[in-house]
Write a protein that binds this ligand. Structure first.
Ligand code: SF4
Length: 378
């Protein structure tokens, strides 16, 4: 079967390894572009969240390349993600696109539906092949996240703009080409060495900024206007705590242990939020507090327009900002958002943080007081 999947950052690297490992042909849609977005917005309801629209565009572009089926994750909980794949299925049916939707949902109400779909996907391959495919997929997933994490530490110090991004892209290509777990390990070692050899000025003063928000918007650079790259190139070390490997581990694989993980997040989010609000709304609050304790200069909270869990977080973060004296910039993105507006807001925010840092430094030398924290909304 020719199977495709939605784009989400570098997720295409492990996903296509998994599909190929299960004996299917992986059809990777072209990277997300304005055309992808236009296709999605043409066919999705206007009020649907942005990731749903872009996914539709991915599917239609993959269908042009011969895809026959889609693997899509499902969800549970109060946000729209629980219905997401089913809505997409209906949209594709309405426009006469004959792609089959294979939905992999966390086993909230029993393992049977998930196991039936996995059985369907693994027809014709034996247990050893499945085990190898899963191990390779997991190795690639973790490798992509590790390399990206390292790049966030290096980019702010690079001497030549874009050199960290180029080294990261080459490292990701090597992970993509690897056809064994040992090969992925080698790719990570070489990629790490390549990233560490990027010419840097480690004496340069940098800012540290946290990024929190809706996971798709954080991970897909087309949607967030290459947020982390832009910040890094402005001299900002980016800290984030949401990674795709964690999401897959906790959302799809260990969802039965979700309560334990939530309990930890609730401890951090107390006293601001004591309910699961769907998506990553709870994480946005808890992670902001963790980042505040970690000493970041500021936080960017990014969400798609109308994202329900993040609207809850958005209403709480001004209190976190006030209590921790930490500036938080909220950025809402949709199909009308433009790169110039995003860049202007980021530059202004970085300037604000730099002036706060300068004032804090002079205050510590006994001259001026720290500027008040501020929360900005786009
Ligand atoms: S988390 Fe937000 S963007 Fe994602 S499906 Fe839920 S409401 Fe939509």
């Amino acid at each position: 079967m020719k199977i495709t999947f939605p784009h989400m950052g570098t997720a295409y690297i492990p996903f296509r390894a998994l599909i190929a490992g299960l004996g299917h042909e992986a059809i990777t849609a072209p990277p997300c572009t304005q055309r992808t977005l236009n296709l999605g917005t043409r066919h999705a309801p206007e009020s649907a969240c942005l990731p749903l629209k872009i996914n539709i565009g991915n599917y239609l572009e993959a269908a042009e390349q011969g895809a026959e089926a889609i693997i899509m994750a499902g969800g549970v909980g109060p946000c729209r993600f629980g219905f997401y794949a089913y809505v997409q299925q209906e949209i594709l049916r309405d426009i006469g696109c004959g792609l089959e939707m294979i939905i992999l949902e966390p086993p909230a109400s029993g393992w049977r539906p998930l196991l039936a779909r996995l059985k369907y996907l693994t027809q014709g391959v034996n247990a050893a092949q499945i085990s190898r495919a899963l191990r390779l997929t997991w190795a690639k997933l973790v490798a992509c996240d590790r390399l990206e994490q390292l790049s966030l530490d290096i980019r702010a110090y690079e001497l030549y703009k874009g050199s960290t991004t180029r080294a990261l892209q080459e490292a990701h290509r090597q992970v993509d080409r690897a056809d064994s777990v040992a090969g992925v390990r080698r790719a990570v070692q070489e990629g790490t060495a390549k990233l560490q050899s990027v010419p840097q000025d480690r004496q340069r003063p940098v800012l540290t900024m946290g990024v929190v928000g809706e996971i798709y918007t954080i991970l897909e650079p087309f949607v967030n206007f290459r947020l982390e790259e832009q910040l890094g190139e402005m001299g900002v070390v980016v800290r984030r705590r949401l990674w795709l490997s964690d999401w897959i581990l906790h959302h799809l694989i260990l969802s039965s242990f979700r309560k334990q993980r939530e309990a930890q997040l609730f401890r951090w989010a107390k006293p601001y939020l004591q309910h699961f609000v769907g998506g990553h709304g709870l994480e946005s609050v808890a992670h902001s507090i963790q980042l505040a304790h970690g000493g970041v200069d500021g936080i960017v909270h990014i969400l798609p327009f109308t994202c329900m869990p993040e609207i809850v977080a958005q209403s709480i973060l001004p209190l976190v900002s006030r209590d921790y004296q930490l500036p938080i910039l909220t950025m809402v993105v949709d199909e009308h958002t433009g790169i110039a507006g995003v860049r202007t807001r980021l530059e202004a925010f970085v300037d604000l943080l730099a002036s706060r840092r300068a004032e804090a430094n002079s205050h510590s030398r006994g001259r001026k007081s720290l500027a008040p924290a501020a929360t900005y909304s786009s």
